[in-house]
Design a protein around this ligand. Structure first.
Ligand code: SF4
Length: 496
């Protein structure tokens, strides 16, 4: 393999513009946004397309081919389960985690899968769901993205009736092959219109300054403009009919925050061993109990709570529970941990601060999404926990009513000290190092925010420079350190 897998990736950058907050913060299920949420959405989109074309009933057999990182760590990341569920018509934001096991058992025990819960086909994973562990890209000769998958449908005579290639490009985002090609063209115009477009941090700051806006106010105006964009799924606001467009956006942000809180609560309450065979015990409930009884006398107890909140979310994620991408599943604990920190430990914290936090964190996440990558398979963990840390640091400054310049500085500091962080999950599971790493990322975000807010002079490095550095570092990183479980901790730790 290994020549191909070790080769440094040099695929051109994917460019998209005017990404929404609600595309970065999406309700889904664990354990992975790129390996679970993305493939489920791709499978669902493939069968829905067949249905739209009137070909669903013609499909007598479906084959799914997985490549690159999806093939190498797909079993540990639940890609096989996600593909089956998507073919059956389930979506990440609506599937009931409590019924997943029964649905999968029905397919595996009977050898029959119902496409869109209607059309029965024989489905045997060994024959119809193929993990190409020796091939990085769907077309071996053309470097594209390391999370490629191809869906093929055949009629009763064995004739091919439909075929589509998708890429799961991080954070649950998927692109068809044609969309992927179109978005590699950085000159392609955006089809979305917002009042304050920005392409990098410098433009974000200058536009905000020119209009006398905070970054949060700027992004709120953009999100209001995107309310009419039907391709963006938002959690239903509490009072859609009565509220203004601004209130609808804010209410959807609160729905995201509420889902994060529920995830944290489940993580703090659920004991046991995480699935996957690594025998990792959930630690958040025990750590929280200890902090409740002993920790209050410790001046660093707030930092311990931040770690526990992050771990609670990521233990839920590892268990396949309901989580919010932030910006990915593997990094889903950092953003809620800092929101909890703000609400619990900052005097005067309120809902307006939570809104500033999420809007500002999203603006920073958009910079990474559109100028670099949020895919561990593409740039390592610096693009997941590193980006979440940067988003949370900037968001916390905004929640604390810091300036736009301090937001930019905090986000820069946070990423600067995550540069080079690899992705080497043991056993292909989103558990070690991922769960603790979210705690570390959250604590680092607070430190970065405090450093930026204490600073009165300018700083040498810009956020744009550090984003570019992160991306270049990710491209230079050998592929075996990018969500393949072929090196690092995954290689040196014996699974038991
Ligand atoms: S090491 Fe980081 S990027 Fe890799 S799976 Fe874990 S959280 Fe995601």
């Amino acid at each position: 393999m290994d020549g191909e897998l070790r080769r440094s990736m040099r695929a051109p950058r994917i460019v998209s513009v005017n990404t929404s907050l609600f595309e970065l913060f999406k309700i889904g299920i664990g354990p992975s946004s790129s390996h679970t949420v993305g493939p489920m959405r791709a499978a669902l989109r493939f069968v829905q397309s067949l249905d739209t074309q009137g070909r669903l009933a013609d499909a007598a057999r479906v084959r799914v081919d997985l490549y690159g990182s999806l093939a190498l760590t797909g079993h540990g990341h639940g890609t096989d389960r996600a593909i089956l569920l998507g073919l059956m018509g389930e979506a990440p934001d609506t599937v009931n985690p409590a019924v997943i096991e029964a649905e999968l058992a029905a397919v595996r025990n009977t050898g029959t899968l119902y496409l869109l819960d209607r059309e029965a086909i024989p489905f045997n994973e060994a024959e119809h769901l193929l993990f190409h562990r020796n091939q990085m890209y769907p077309d071996a000769a053309i470097p594209t993205h390391p999370n490629g998958m191809r869906f093929s449908a055949f009629d009763a005579t064995g004739g091919l009736i439909a075929q589509e290639t998708f890429y799961s490009v991080g954070g649950g985002f998927i692109l068809s092959a044609s969309e992927f090609e179109a978005q590699r063209d950085s000159s392609a115009p955006s089809t979305r219109t917002v009042p304050y477009p920005f392409h990098d941090a410098a433009e974000l700051l200058s536009t905000a300054s020119a209009h006398g806006l905070t970054i949060a106010q700027l992004l709120l105006a953009n999100e209001v403009a995107l309310l009419s964009e039907l391709s963006i799924t938002r959690p239903a606001p509490l009072d859609e009919a009565a509220s203004s467009p601004e209130e609808r956006v804010k209410n959807s942000i609160f729905a995201i925050w509420r889902t994060m809180q529920q995830c944290t609560e489940r993580g703090l309450a659920t004991e046991g061993i995480l699935p996957g065979g690594l025998n990792v015990r959930r630690r958040a409930p025990r750590l929280a109990r200890r902090l409740e009884t002993e920790g209050s006398r410790d001046p660093l107890a707030p930092m311990d709570w931040v770690t526990v909140y992050a771990m609670a979310v990521n233990e839920e994620n590892a268990a396949g529970g309901r989580v919010v991408t932030a910006p990915t599943n593997g990094a889903a604990g950092v953003i809620p941990a800092i929101a909890h920190y703000y609400m619990r430990f900052i005097d005067g914290a309120d809902e307006a601060g939570i809104v500033r936090y999420f809007l500002t964190a999203a603006a920073i996440g958009i910079l990474y999404k559109e100028n670099a990558s949020i895919s561990g398979a593409e740039v390592g963990c610096q693009g997941e926990v590193g980006v979440a840390c940067s988003m949370a640091a900037g968001g916390l400054v905004a929640a604390l009513n810091g300036t736009n310049d301090q937001v930019e500085h905090a986000a820069e500091i946070a990423m600067e000290h995550n540069l080079g962080m690899t992705c080497d999950p043991i056993g292909g599971l989103v558990q070690i190092p991922c769960i603790e790493r979210n705690g570390m990322g959250a604590v680092k975000a607070i430190n970065a925010a405090r450093m930026a807010m204490h600073e009165t002079l300018g700083h040498k490095l810009s956020l744009d420079q550090v984003i570019a550095t992160m991306y270049q570092t990710g491209l230079d990183m050998q592929s075996r350190y990018k969500e393949t479980s072929l090196a690092g901790l995954a290689l040196n730790i014996i699974e038991c």
